[in-house]
Design a protein around this ligand. Structure first.
Ligand SMILES: [Zn+2]
Length: 284
């Protein structure tokens, strides 16, 4: 398998997809993959495993503000690395900006891709992507189009299926522009206890969320990766695809619950990037 191309070399020639598996913990992601229970995500990873990274934010809003400005999760081990993209900023020369980094004058990669002729599409997601309040509109308003409904939110056990139904309509629109598709997958975010039961069960009567239901939610997401992949690759262009989490969450770890707090289970996240080729269906 070849190494993905430099990000600065794909602008205009490739579609771009950023898939955030909101709230997914690294330890759960790695364990499920190692056990063979997330085969479709494993197939996306260039070396068959998640990279262990640190997120710049402990909850959705700051993590995405950073992501869109070019501060994606960073390697969890001390090592040189190069950012994929970066908003121009004094000191950027020292901020892991290298020859492969795409730098731009806009404040976010969404606005920068819009300026380069991309169709930018946001599929939410958790509350910060619902567009229902001023705060919930900050992130989706960056995009040329954004989609959210209760059926694509955190409380619907089939949320990703409904998001993919929307994506199906997006990609069948004969728009010639290259695409930047951002998907905020809310399934793993609490509540997730219904994934241990039938997908149509009533959330109100179920036991609390646990690490086991977090993992079950991830397996639900994995089962939908083939459809996501097929929809992303319907266009004529290869798709530079980033899959990561924005933060983890605690289930009683050292007494902590939830996220928006500094704990290893919150700031350590899984990450991969690859290129999906529409001609062969292969990663490159
Ligand atoms: Zn989040």
């Amino acid at each position: 398998m070849n190494a993905p191309p430099r990000f600065r070399d794909v602008i205009g020639s490739h579609d771009i997809a950023l898939i955030v598996l909101d709230t997914l913990r690294y330890d759960v992601a790695a364990a499920e993959l190692a056990a063979g229970r997330t085969p479709h995500l494993a197939a996306l990873a260039p070396d068959g495993r998640w990279e262990r990274r640190h997120t710049p934010g402990s909850f959705t809003f700051p993590a995405h503000q950073a992501f869109f400005a070019g501060f994606l999760p960073t390697p969890a081990e001390p090592a040189p690395y190069e950012r994929l993209f970066a908003a121009a900023f004094p000191g950027s020369a020292e901020a892991h900006v290298g020859p492969g980094t795409w730098t731009f004058e806009q404040a976010t990669v969404v606005e920068a891709l819009t300026a380069r002729g991309y169709r930018t599409v946001c599929l939410g997601g958790v509350g910060f992507f619902n567009g229902r309040t001023a705060l919930g509109s900050v992130l989706p308003a960056l995009f040329g189009e954004h989609h959210w409904s209760e059926r694509t939110g955190v409380t619907d056990p089939a949320c990703l299926d409904h998001q993919l139904d929307v994506l199906d309509r997006v990609v069948t629109d004969p728009d010639p522009r290259p695409r930047f598709v951002y998907v905020n997958v809310p399934a793993i975010h609490q509540p997730n206890h219904f994934y241990l039961d039938d997908i149509a069960s009533t959330p109100d009567t179920r036991p609390p969320d646990t690490l086991a239901s977090h993992a079950a939610a991830l397996r639900y997401v994995d089962s939908r990766i083939p459809r996501l992949r097929d929809l992303l690759t319907t266009g004529p262009r290869p798709v530079f695809t980033i899959v990561c989490s924005d933060h983890g969450t605690a289930y009683g770890d050292d007494g902590f619950d939830g996220h928006r707090l500094a704990h290893d289970c919150v700031w350590t996240v899984p990450y991969l990037h690859t290129v999906l080729d529409p001609r062969t269906g292969e990663t490159t």
